[in-house]
Ligand binder design. Sequence first.
Ligand code: ATP
Ligand code: MG
Length: 329
Amino acid sequence: MTVIEAPPLLSVRHLRATYRVADGVIPAVRDVSFDLHAGEVLALVGESAAGKTSVAHAILGLLPAQASVEGEVRLRGAALEGEELRRARGEQISVIFQDALASLTPTLTVGEQVAEMFRVHRALDARAARAAAVEALRVVLPDAERVAAAFPFQLSGGMAQRVMIAMATALRPAMVIADEATASLDPGVRLDTLARLEALRDGGTAILLITHDFGVVARLADRVAVMYAGAIVETGDVRTIFRRPRHPYTYGLLESIPSLEHPGPITSMRGQPPDLAKLGAECPFLERCPKAVSQCRVDPAPALLAADTGVEGHTVACYNPVAIDRRPA
Ligand code: ATP
Ligand code: MG
C-alpha cells in the first residue's frame, strides 16, 4: 500500500534574502529550509539581527525592493508567487506584528479597517462587512461596538494589540506569523496576548512564532528552529531543545535565562553576532564558541544533520556539538 502524505501547510526551501546597501550586500537569510505543518506552532528563535523578520517578510513577499530573494515557498504544495501570493497573504496567512498601533491606518476607524478586509476577501457589501467587523472584534473585545467606532489613537496599547489579533484571525487563516507579538508589551498585555495566541493554537491555527523569549517558546511552541547569522543552526521539538540542545549557540542562549535555582542578572552569552556584510569562510559563531575546533576556522558551518540524541527531527549544524544534556531546571 502506498501512503501519500499530505504536503506540509508551509514549506520553505533554500530561502535566501540579501539586502543591497550602499557599501555592499547583507546576506540576512542564508539558505533557510523548514516545514510548518497544519495546526503546529514552530518557534523561530535567535538574537537580534539573526534574520527572523527577514524570513517572515520573504515568505509574505514583503521585502523591500533593495532585497533579492531566492528559494521556494509553498503553501499546501503550491508555489507562492505573484497573484497567488497576494491572495494567500490576505486569506491563508496573516501576520501579527509587534507594533500594533503603527500597523493600523491612523485615518480610518477600527471598524472601517476590519470591514475593508471582509469587503475585499469575502465580497461582502458595506453593511454586511461592518456587521462582520464588529463580530470579529467581539471575539477579543467585549465592547466591540465602541472599539469599532474608535480611531487607532483612541486605543490603549492592549486594545490595539487585540484589534490586531482580531484582524489577523478574522478570515480564519490556516497560519499566522507572529513576529515578536509579545515583546515590549506591558506584563498584563503580554499575558493577554499569549493567551490569545494559545487560543488560536488550540483552535487549530498553525503559528510561525518569531521571538527571542524562551518563556514564550516553552508556553506555545511544538518545535523550535534556532537561527544564527541568517541560518538555522538547530531544530527539534521543544522539550529536546530545552533539555538536550546540541549547538553551542542554543546551549548558550538557554544558559543565559535566569531560573529559580540561578536567579540574579542574566549572564548573556559573550560576544556579539558577526557583521553579516563581512562573513568570512569560517563558522559565523566561531568567535563566541567555547567548543570551536580547527575545522571551524577554515570551513563554514556544516549543513543540518541528525543530532546524536537520535530524537526524530533533532538536527544540528556544528562540527563539534555539545555532548551533554542540561540539568533539569
Ligand atoms: P530582531 O530580533 O532585532 O527583530 P531579526 O532576527 O528579525 O532581528 P532582521 O530584521 O531580519 O533580524 O535583520 C537581519 C539582518 O538584515 C540585520 O543585519 C539587519 O540589519 C539587516 N536588514 C534588515 N532589514 C534591512 C533592510 N531593509 N535593508 C538593509 N538591511 C536590512
Ligand atoms: Mg525582527
